[in-house]
Design a protein around this ligand. Structure first.
Ligand code: 3PG
Ligand code: MG
Length: 406
């Protein structure tokens, strides 16, 4: 899908209201630990400023209304976008202004006073319950901040919220468009799913089958190979009658796992499960570990990473692929003892890319892995989306895209 971008509009003397996804991870001192989403939005912001326009940025940060303080009030310190102002200013080379309340009077005074070249960031949209509810009057208020609406928040494109979808109703077709990040995300996702070069391998990991069931169902029939790692692999082993010790399992998903295997077989999609596992006597960084076949994990032990044979097997498949989609780690990546599988997969994806494959990596842990091992520039595209990317590959229409494209 070709998206209409900010290239279609001359922002000279105009205010662009840009929905970005600056839901970035912060450490305890409120330092940004991964600024990819901010960097990803810079080209769009720069285009508006270079045209001679001004910018009002709006975003959410975390889930403040679902994580109230003990006294039941909103934690306006922890979830404040104020923490990001300095870093955005440094990256942009423009002193970014900040408005404490996204629809407060001061915010409207500030956005109305913006001069060409100036940038204003609004406080966390999710301090208002109206944001997630998709409230029309809240969206209409937000719309007053800009002459044109730009959606560049790919990471939040799967949410039908006020700022991501409803606000678009208050702009005519000529005055709403996508940012470059949104366009790039869709273009690269479409390279995987619409312009697929074969063989196509999807690598899916993570803890739960239930999170990945819809994407698996959609990819079977499109992918030649689906590699399954991480905790969810053990539900597949148990579904086939094997002993998995105390490995993670979703007992209520055993039938689903069987159905996936049957469906893949019928459609000629090869499912690869890890032949062997790194097993541990407890879920802890200092656990005692050993290696064993995944089809017979002794009781009291749990699989926490894919083993050496699985790595070799998966690597073989990945190296021969021409299109690769990777979402989800192969093991308990946050503990050093169980990182090997994920690192090896990251390296294999980089190798295949060097051999000419198109590779797209998306989702928290797999993206963290390629960054941590310095491989981010050796894959074709690193997505800023987690849930949004998954839903796109589940074949769903993203509300944030539909609101503008129709
Ligand atoms: C994300 O990080 O998943 C996006 O920013 C959307 O956030 P949400 O999952 O809280 O809606
Ligand atoms: Mg999410």
């Amino acid at each position: 899908m070709e998206l209409k971008t900010v290239d279609s509009f001359d922002f000279e003397g105009k205010r662009a209201l840009i929905r970005v996804d600056f839901n970035v991870p912060l450490d305890k001192q409120f330092n940004i630990t991964d600024d990819s989403r901010i960097r990803g939005a810079l080209p769009t912001i720069r285009k508006v400023l270079n045209d001679g326009g001004s910018v009002v940025l709006m975003s959410h940060l975390g889930r403040p209304l679902k994580k109230l303080k003990e006294d039941g009030t909103v934690d306006t310190e922890k979830f404040s976008l104020r923490h990001t102002v300095k870093h955005i200013s440094e990256l942009l080379g423009v002193e970014v202004q900040f408005a404490d309340d996204c629809i407060g009077e001061e915010a409207f005074v500030a956005s109305a006073a913006l001069q060409s070249g100036q940038v204003l960031l609004l406080e966390n949209l999710r301090f208002y319950k109206e944001e997630e509810k998709g409230d029309a009057s809240f969206a209409e208020k937000l719309s007053k901040h800009g002459d044109a609406y730009v959606n560049d928040a790919f990471g939040t494109a799967h949410r039908a919220h006020a700022s991501t979808t409803i606000v678009a109703n208050y702009f005519d077709a000529a005055h709403k468009m996508f940012g470059y990040l949104m366009a790039a995300e869709i273009k690269n996702a479409d390279k995987v799913i619409l312009e697929t070069r074969k063989p196509f391998t999807a690598i899916l990991g993570g803890a739960k089958v239930s999170d990945k069931i819809l994407i698996m169902e959609n990819l079977i029939g499109k992918a030649d190979h689906i590699i399954i790692g991480g905790g969810m692999a053990y539900t597949f082993f148990k579904a086939q009658g094997y002993y998995i010790g105390s490995s993670l399992v979703e007992d209520e998903r055993l039938d689903t796992a069987k159905e996936v295997l049957a469906m893949a077989k019928a459609k000629g999609c090869k499912i690869h499960l890890p032949m062997d596992s790194v097993i541990a006597d407890k879920f802890a960084a200092d656990a005692t570990t050993t290696n064993c076949e995944s089809v017979g994990i002794p009781s009291g032990w749990m699989g926490l990473d894919i083993g050496a044979k699985a790595i070799a097997d998966f690597r073989e498949v990945i190296r021969k692929s021409k299109t690769i989609l990777w979402n989800g780690p192969m093991g308990v990546f946050e503990m050093e003892k169980f990182q090997k599988g994920t690192i090896a997969i990251a390296k294999a994806v980089a190798e295949a890319t060097k051999l000419g494959a198109f590779s797209l990596v998306g989702g928290g842990d797999s993206v963290a892995a390629v960054h941590q091992f310095g491989l981010a520039d050796q894959v074709s595209y690193v997505s800023t989306g987690g849930g949004a990317l998954l839903e796109y590959f589940e074949g769903k229409e993203l509300p944030g895209i539909k609101a503008i494209s129709g």
